[in-house]
Write a protein that binds this ligand. Sequence first.
Ligand code: NI
Length: 133
Amino acid sequence: MQVKRFGVSLEDELLKKLDRLVENQKFPNRSQAIRYLIKKDLVENEWEGNEEVAGAIVLVYDHHKRNLQNESTEVQHDYHHLILSVQHVHLNHDNCLETITVKGKASELIDLSNKLIAIKGIKHGQLVMSTAN
Ligand code: NI
């Protein structure tokens, strides 16, 4: 992809904040930090505009709670058209971590995520909102 250059005028204060971000997040340069911020904003807009997006739902739960896995499977089958892959990792004796990779309309992914995270016994759950573009 062709890269174009343009000048950016910033107040001293704001430039200092940008440089702090570059330093804290170890961006190689200001351009990469600005690119990150623009993309972050665009992805937020995609989700707010209910566009086709991609992401991952991460769930941590105790596998001894048998009914939990049945319920989770039930919900996942209701939304099977959104699910690209499911990865199950046994964290330790009790806990499992599942990463469900999803793609589809933002609102549907949020519905799916909310239903999974609300299942009784889920210790932690989070939807990572990313992009398909
Ligand atoms: Ni497991």
